[in-house]
Design a protein around this ligand. Structure first.
Ligand code: OOG
Ligand code: NI
Length: 469
């Protein structure tokens, strides 16, 4: 019998979810096919440079999923499930205020945290919890009904949770138990054909389509599964050429001829799906719901807090210029102008200005020509080594999400704004509250990137025998 390690379980979990979602939402299969073509063509065009932000095998297999749960208890359970796949909570996102529409959720993402694990398989899941206690969205009566409805359902059977704990404790499972874990975990995210209580669903939908998707049904499901591409503009054009209407814009940074930073995403609305409704008089009839969609993303370099501040200022400046009527109201054109003014045009400059995270390798030729082949016992600044070409910065990829894009993605999925009473004060959530909810510490993404960069600087010093300042 063979033993499967967590990364093998994770890769198989991602593969099974992908197969299942492709059956449920056929447009997803088209998206994956087009993504694969885009990546192959990019590799042909760019050669080795194409793989600077991840090997082609990693990128081609790479997906993120999105799921939504209804309570702290469900959040802590899903955390146990993901731990069995080596996926841990990273980052806190509050989407309640990030959107014009009513999006009553707070979120984290479960993902591998070690660079080696990410390289083996980077599957991650953006996981949102309904803020069912937020009085801006839910009246006291509705809060109580929601709590009751969610308390009465079981998203994750006990057998799944126990197997998941065992996998996490033993860093893997034997093949037969692994198979069972994968069956149960995949099934937990399948779109259910249980009847949907029409009146209850519509009551929640009046507040927010996100609330009804989470609290209006007795199960959870994958909301979308997102492949990664190396050229999202190319993908966008090819999908439109296939007759699939994408949302108006690519979210996040614009295309420009400097380094790709953070994350660019776009999406299309999936078709309605058949569901069964149960009406007040007890009759049951088929109907349709349209809650899922297709999304695709391109990932860039992770920014330091200073880089992120700059990014936020660039976004604010883009908003300001748009509001002032510049660029004919085309956001990406305005943003490109802002990027060209504010952001360094090379990775090297991003590294020297400490705006983004990098690991470093040694260029032996530069070491020979600049320092006679050795820096043994000497002191050198990292800036000097970067400028001289001895320390070559390699970008650390952004593995997380952007709240504004996430809100945009939620929003592109809604036809109705929903309701929100802003005269009331919302409930407080932050990363430490989220840690309590999840039942384990939610990591700060910047700490993970910083740790990776520090380890690389340390290794650089060791290999050069130099003291790097
Ligand atoms: C999650 C939306 C956020 C992303 O990629 O930013 C997201 C959801 O719709 O549940 O997936
Ligand atoms: Ni997404």
């Amino acid at each position: 019998m063979s033993f499967l390690e967590l990364w093998q379980l994770r890769a198989e979990f991602a593969r099974r979810l992908s197969l299942m979602y492709g059956e449920e939402v056929p447009a997803y299969n088209t998206l994956v096919e087009v993504s694969t073509e885009v990546n192959e063509d990019f590799l042909k065009r760019k050669g080795a440079e194409a793989e600077r932000l991840g090997s082609i095998s990693r990128v081609t297999a790479e997906r993120h999923g999105a799921i939504r749960v209804g309570s702290a208890k469900e959040m802590s359970q899903v955390a146990r499930v993901f731990a069995a796949f080596g996926m841990h909570p990273v980052g806190f996102y509050d989407l309640r205020d990030a959107s014009k529409s009513s999006v009553p959720v707070v979120s984290t993402a479960f993902r591998p945290v070690d660079p080696d694990e990410l390289a083996k398989n980077p599957f991650r899941v953006f996981t949102s919890m309904l803020a069912a206690d937020d009085p801006r969205f839910f009246s006291p009566e509705l809060q109580e009904q929601l709590r009751e409805f969610i308390r009465a359902r079981t998203l994750f059977p006990e057998e799944l949770l126990e197997l998941a704990d065992k996998a996490a404790a033993n860093a893997g499972l034997e093949a037969d138990e692994a198979g069972r874990l994968l069956d149960l975990a995949t099934a937990a995210f399948k779109l259910s054909d249980d009847p949907v209580d029409y009146v209850w669903y519509k009551k929640l939908e009046a507040v927010s389509a996100v609330a009804s998707d989470i609290g209006g049904v007795t199960t959870t499901h994958i909301n979308h599964l997102t492949p990664r591409v190396l050229d999202i503009d190319d993908l966008y054009a090819r999908m439109e050429a296939q007759g699939i209407t994408m949302i108006d814009e690519i979210q996040g940074p614009p295309r420009w001829d400097g380094p790709d930073i953070l994350l660019r995403q776009t999406s299309f609305r999936a078709l309605s799906e058949d569901r069964i409704f149960r009406f007040e008089d007890g009759t049951v009839a088929p109907g349709e719901l349209r809650v899922r969609f297709g999304e695709v993303e391109q990932r860039g370099i992770a920014l330091t807090p200073a880089g992120r501040d700059l990014y936020d200022r660039m976004v604010a400046e883009t908003d300001r210029r748009l509001a002032a009527g510049e660029g004919n109201g085309v956001r990406v054109d305005v943003a490109r102008g802002v990027w060209e003014e504010y952001l360094p045009r090379t990775e090297k400059e991003l590294a020297v200005q400490k705006l983004a995270y990098f690991t470093y390798s040694v260029d032996e030729d530069a070491l020979n020509s600049r320092y006679g082949g050795s820096l043994q016992g000497r002191t050198a600044s990292l800036d000097e080594l970067i400028e001289n070409g001895v320390a070559v910065p390699e970008p650390i990829v952004y593995e997380d999400f952007l709240p504004r894009s996430a809100a945009g993605i939620f929003q592109s999925n809604l036809t109705d704004e929903g309701t929100r009473d802003d005269t009331r004060t919302g409930t407080d959530y932050d990363i430490s509250v989220m840690s309590q909810i999840v039942g384990r510490p939610v990591a700060d993404p910047n700490e993970l990137y910083q740790r990776q960069q520090d380890a690389s600087m340390h290794a650089l010093g060791e290999s050069l025998g130099a003291d790097i300042t």
